[in-house]
Structures are given as structure tokens and as C-alpha cells.
Design a protein around this ligand. Structure first.
Ligand SMILES: C[S@@+](CC[C@H](N)C(=O)[O-])C[C@H]1O[C@@H](n2cnc3c(N)ncnc32)[C@H](O)[C@@H]1O
Length: 372
């Protein structure tokens, strides 16, 4: 799947245009760090067109998005585009857009949410609009079961996405889509390469602050299957576990687009989106598996290797302070591997209340306290 900016660059190249500029420093839309994508989005959404200039523009980029000194073609805002010769308009770009899958946020469970949660669903939907425009274009994001309350709460242009008042099944039937991937954290199977060919990817428009909506994503799948749609329920997992995978709607969309559009492996896509908060959730689950029990003069210590920080920071977005925070929460102590090795050597292994401990006399434990 190509980024909109790439499709746009190819169209410019076909027209013999190798670099484009802008008459103003700011192109409408959000600053994504990808100029071609931003200009393509602004053109597609009708904020302006690419025109031939009478004098060169000195804010300019080549078709890879690298800054160049000047260009004789530029993005011109629609308010003044009439003064210039247009060479690429919104219609031109629309006519070459491929038929990519839809990314659907299914609002079937809207009614289960509290007012606060509804605001969050609306906010995450607005953020999803920002995310889809970083890779593709607004129309590929579909929201189904859209109602008046959602419209009132949503603070983004619904006419720039595909807002649908009916059910997801009706939407899919209208579009002739028979096979979807439903992103479901409770699915048995993990999302794989062979799932990336689906006609649509469905994300539950669900915010679960109370923990009362467990399993509700599966009900979206049941409703689709009852309407005759083939549903592949798939989870996004990080090294076999969903803990540590961000679960916000816009973040799931972001991960999917990094996989589908940028061709990144799932683990890399997850890590690029994962915040330290979610990384800590996972670390909290990982560290207890790696602990060693010591008993020093009758006092119990749960010890992990300090070097685990380096190991986990390779696949979790943790900083040293996150590692320390989780250690404190778990009441664990981190010691260098060689010190643990030494302490094991001066200890006596014992089973206490069914658990294995390394028992050390107080005198010999002085070194351990020093390291605490
Ligand atoms: C906050 S989650 C709601 C999950 C809901 N409580 C449940 O148990 O079904 C919102 C949506 O994000 C998507 N999602 C979140 N985490 C996911 C994961 N690890 N894998 C796949 N989809 C996920 C799902 O589409 C889900 O409906």
C-alpha cells in the first residue's frame, strides 16, 4: 500500500514536475514531518492546487521531500489559485487513488459508554482522522453507527472521512466487501502477513475505563457474521502477549498503518507507537518471572539482574526511570549479575514455605545492603 504522498509524487513526476514549492511557510493541515504527504492532503482536500508560478518559490522540496533551493511549481492556496495556471488539482489526484481497504471504527457499542467514555471515543476518533491523513487520506477512515450524539461530541470534520449512520454490515455490503479483519485483543490468533489482504480492518469504537466491556469486540464480530460477512478475528501481540500493546483506537490504527503502508514488522510498529506507560505494564508482567529469592538474616529480598534493563529496553520503550519505578512497585531489588552470582555462592539454598530461597547470614549480607 502506498502513502498518499508517494502517489502524489508519482503523479507529479508523470507530469514532468521534479520539485514543488509553497507560497506560504505553512501548508494547511498538521505538521507530520512528511512535506509531500502534507501537500498531497491539502490538494486532495481542496485547500489549493499545484500551479505553475510566474516567479520561482524559494520554499521548496524534491519528490522525496528533501528541501531544495527553488521550484517553478508550487502549492497555491485556493483563495489565490485563480491567478495561476493549475497543473494538478484535487480531481486529478482523486482520479488516481487506488481502491485500498477501509479502516472502520465501529460504534455499535456507543450506548454502553458513560458520558466521559463517549467523549474519549470521540477524541480517539478525531485522533484517528489525524493518523489516517499521515499515511493515506481521510475517506479511507470509516465510522459506522454514527449518531447525533457522536456528531455533537466529535470535534473534527466528518465530511472529510466516511461517516456512516447505518451498521458496519450494511456499509460493507454497500461497498461490496465480504471479508474483514476484526482487531480483537481477545482473539486466539495473532495478526499475520496473510491477513493484510482483507477488504476492511475493523476496530471497536470502545473505551473501557471501567473494565466492564471485556469481550465486547467479539460481539461486533458476531453481528458481522450474522449478516453473512466473513470475519477473521485477530489480535496484535508483542512477543506473544497483548500486554504492552497500546489499546487506544487511534494507536491501533497507527500500528496497522505502519504495518500496511510502511511495511514494518508488527513489533517495530508497536514499539514506535508504545508509550512508556504501556511498556511499564508489560515490564510489570515480565520481571516477576526473572526474580531470585534471597533471605538475608530472616528478611526476604526479591532480586533481579540490573542488566535486564538493557535486555527489555531492546523491545519495550522503557527508560531507566521506568525500570526503577516498576522495581519499586514490585518491591524488587536490582543487582549486577556478577553480584547475584557471588551472593548465590555464599548462600545456602533452602525451601521455605514451598519456595526456593538463597539464605545468607547477616555478616555476609553486608555487600548486598551496600548495593541496595
Ligand atoms: C480499548 S479496546 C476495547 C477492548 C474491549 N474491552 C474488549 O475486551 O473487547 C478498543 C479497540 O481497540 C482494538 N484493540 C485494542 N487492543 C488490541 C490488540 N492488542 N489487538 C487487536 N485489537 C486491539 C480493538 O478493535 C478494540 O475493540
Amino acid at each position: 500500500m502506498k502513502k498518499l504522498g508517494k502517489i502524489f509524487a508519482e503523479l507529479l513526476a508523470e507530469r514532468g514536475i521534479q520539485k514543488i514549492g509553497s507560497l506560504s511557510k505553512r501548508v494547511p493541515g498538521r505538521d507530520s514531518g512528511d512535506k509531500l504527504q502534507e501537500i498531497a492532503t491539502a490538494v486532495l482536500e481542496g485547500y489549493g492546487a499545484i500551479c505553475r508560478l510566474k516567479k520561482p518559490a524559494y520554499i521548496a522540496w524534491d519528490l522525496e521531500g528533501n528541501p531544495v533551493h527553488w521550484a517553478e511549481y508550487a502549492f497555491v492556496h485556493s483563495s489565490i489559485a485563480g491567478k495561476f495556471e493549475p497543473v494538478l488539482t484535487s480531481e486529478d489526484l482523486k482520479s488516481v487513488l487506488p481502491d485500498y481497504p477501509y479502516f472502520i471504527i465501529d460504534l455499535m457499542h456507543w450506548g454502553l459508554h458513560s458520558r466521559k467514555e463517549k467523549i474519549k471515543v470521540a477524541l480517539q476518533s478525531a485522533q484517528s482522522y489525524g493518523v489516517i491523513r499521515d499515511y493515506l487520506w481521510g475517506e479511507r477512515l470509516a465510522l459506522t453507527w454514527v449518531n447525533g450524539e457522536f456528531k455533537a461530541l466529535s470535534n473534527f470534520p466528518l465530511d472529510k472521512i466516511t461517516a456512516y449512520e447505518g451498521s458496519t454490515a450494511e456499509f460493507l455490503k454497500e461497498k461490496g466487501i465480504e471479508d474483514v479483519v476484526l482487531l480483537d485483543p481477545r482473539a486466539e490468533k495473532e495478526l499475520g502477513q496473510d491477513d493484510l489482504n482483507a477488504g476492511a480492518f475493523v476496530i471497536g469504537g470502545i473505551v473501557d475505563t471501567s473494565g466492564k466491556k471485556k469481550g465486547t469486540t467479539a460481539r461486533i464480530g458476531e453481528a458481522l457474521e450474522n449478516a453473512g460477512i466473513r470475519v477473521r478475528r485477530r489480535k496484535i501481540a508483542l512477543r506473544g502477549d497483548i500486554v504492552g500493546v497500546p489499546d487506544r483506537i487511534n494507536m491501533i490504527l497507527d500500528i496497522m498503518l505502519r504495518i500496511l503502508v510502511e511495511g514494518k514488522p508488527a513489533e517495530k510498529a508497536i514499539l514506535e507507537v508504545q508509550a512508556p506507560l504501556q511498556a511499564r505494564w508489560r515490564l510489570r508482567k515480565e520481571l516477576p518471572r526473572r526474580k531470585t529469592r534471597f533471605m538475608v538474616n530472616g528478611k526476604k529480598f526479591l532480586v533481579v539482574e540490573r542488566e535486564l534493563f538493557d535486555e527489555y529496553s531492546e523491545w519495550l520503550n522503557i527508560r531507566w526511570e521506568d525500570f526503577v519505578k516498576v522495581l519499586k512497585e514490585l518491591d524488587f531489588v536490582a543487582l549486577e549479575r556478577r553480584r547475584i552470582h557471588h551472593l548465590k555462592k555464599i548462600s545456602v539454598p533452602r525451601i521455605i514455605n514451598g519456595r526456593a530461597y538463597y539464605v545468607i547470614l547477616l555478616k555476609k549480607a553486608a555487600m548486598m545492603c551496600y548495593n541496595c
